[in-house]
Design a binder for this molecule. Structure first.
Ligand code: NDP
Ligand code: 2IT
Length: 444
């Protein structure tokens, strides 16, 4: 059996009940097969792949906190420090009831290659908890965040591991966590990114993932002689990534007709009203059912369904495995030309394959949503030099990063005879830098 297949089998056997982690590993290892098999004996001797798929460190801890009724609640906290070959561990914290070690490992593994693709010096990590911020009071969220950070602060630092936001972790949660870190460690340092502007945050970090997604989508279209102008776009999600993806798509002249949350979805043929969406999700933290109060002509549907709407471009921005084979078939039937992933691994393996085989340009999350973490790295730079850059400065660097990222994944796919396969291009280009650094640093 080939070394790559052996390791895929080993990952499945050693990490049972972690299907998302298996999926992420399978996809990357399949793409880098061309590199591994060209020098298989050396890589096997160095146990290169074993070192790549086993996190450097996994931290799991209990998070006790007191709810508003005076009851003690206990959640589980995680931080997976996956790979520090090219820089301090960097990656978000997910707060969602579905969080378990397999989810955090899949996200941490993806983060290694994503962070490498940004061209900036950041390693891969991810963390989070099965805590659900939804429906909790601000005091309960603070109590959870303080307890979570009381334990996490032992393992992180501006030069070791720098967490940030992800699903369920936004400006409010980062603020509470930062306050507790500073209180315990006595350090005012860039230990978290996505901070508020008054205490070391970067302009444009809030917008960065969504804007970056559109900068790379635009670069993809232009490379094929197209533009965003006049395109119809379907988006899933209604959180940080979705909101700023919709905003930038509209600025580029496209019409975005859908968004969704965990209970339902909106079809607004006139184009999503971003101001209304921000008010509902960022200010009121309410359900999308409220959207009809602002836009009576829009449709609200329970469940899932955004991929059934006819569009030129699809941008999944909610969560993993939310775009299935039947959705991909419908998108193709409706003439969709591009799918770019704002979320991490939102397209299932079968759906990805179907889209690629049917000529849809497909950019995977580790490339398409890298603008968020890239701007986090710019926040780290600003914190190190104790300066803050203007919105225009950060935004123009973000745009440059996404354009060169597109050029790099396109080039990597071409170099290995897989032109147009941006999944292979992203995995190969991301891996090459990590491989070089791991080789240089010896067996560690
Ligand atoms: P948010 O918590 O801000 O928003 C998530 C959105 O997805 C919400 O609208 C949520 O609904 C919806 N959703 C639907 N189904 C689910 C589900 N099963 N689990 C969780 N959420 C669901 O998160 P982000 O926008 O920050 O993240 C979205 C995706 O983008 C994730 O995959 C994340 O890992 C990825 N990402 C985020 C980055 C960032 O900078 N924030 C950077 C790169 C990737 P509801 O409103 O009902 O909660
Ligand atoms: O998935 C991701 O890249 C993020 N959630 C952002 C990570 C970061 O450190 O900004």
């Amino acid at each position: 059996m080939s070394y790559v297949d052996e390791i895929i089998e080993q990952v499945i056997a050693k990490n049972p009940d972690e299907p998302e982690f298996h999926q992420a590993v399978r996809e990357v290892l399949d793409s880098i097969r061309v590199i591994i098999e060209a020098n298989e004996e050396k890589f096997r001797r160095d146990a290169l792949l074993e070192r790549l798929v086993n996190p450097e460190r996994q931290i799991k801890f209990r998070v006790p906190w007191v709810d508003d009724q005076g009851n003690v609640q206990v959640n589980t906290g995680y931080r997976v420090q996956f790979n520090s070959a090219i820089g301090p561990y960097k990656g978000g914290l997910r707060l969602h009831p579905s969080v378990n070690i397999g989810i955090i490992k899949f996200l941490g593994f993806e983060q290694i290659f994503k962070n490498s693709l940004t061209g900036l010096p950041i390693g891969g990590g991810k963390g989070g908890s099965d805590f659900d911020p939804k429906g909790k009071s601000d005091r309960e969220v603070m109590a959870f965040c303080q307890s979570f950070m009381t334990e996490l602060c032992k393992y992180i630092g501006a030069d070791t591991d720098v967490p940030a936001g992800d699903i369920g972790t936004g400006a409010r949660e980062i603020g509470y966590m930062y306050g507790q870190y500073k209180r315990i460690r006595g350090l005012f340092e860039g230990v978290l990114t996505g901070k508020g502007l008054s205490y070391g945050g970067s302009l444009a970090r809030t917008e960065a993932t969504g804007y970056g997604l559109l900068y790379i989508t635009d670069a993809l279209l232009r490379a094929h002689g197209e533009t965003m102008q006049g395109k119809t776009v379907v988006v899933s999600g209604a959180g940080n990534v979705a909101i700023y993806a919709i905003e930038k798509a509209q600025q580029l002249g496209a019409k975005v007709v859908t968004c969704s949350d965990s209970t339902g979805w909106i079809y607004d043929p006139q184009g999503i009203d971003v101001a209304a969406l921000k008010e509902i999700k960022e200010v009121k933290r309410a359900r999308l059912t409220e959207y009809k109060n602002d836009r009576p002509d829009a449709e609200y549907h329970e469940g899932r369904g955004v991929w059934q709407i006819k569009a030129d471009i699809a941008l999944p921005c909610a969560t993993q495995n939310e775009l299935h084979l039947d959705d991909a078939q419908q998108l193709v039937k409706n003439g969709c030309i591009a799918v770019c992933e704002g979320a991490n691994m939102p397209t299932t393996e079968e759906a990805t394959k179907y889209l690629q085989e049917n000529g849809v340009w497909f950019i995977p999350g580790k490339a398409a949503n890298a603008g968020g973490v890239a701007t986090s790295a710019l926040e780290m730079s600003q914190n190190s030099e104790r300066l803050s850059w203007s919105f225009e400065e950060v935004d123009s660097q973000l745009k440059k990063i996404m354009e060169s990222l597109y050029a790099n994944i396109d080039d990597a796919a071409k170099r290995f005879g897989m032109e147009g396969n941006y999944v292979a291009g992203a995995n190969i280009a991301g891996f090459e830098k990590v491989l070089d650094a791991m080789n240089a640093q010896g067996i560690v």
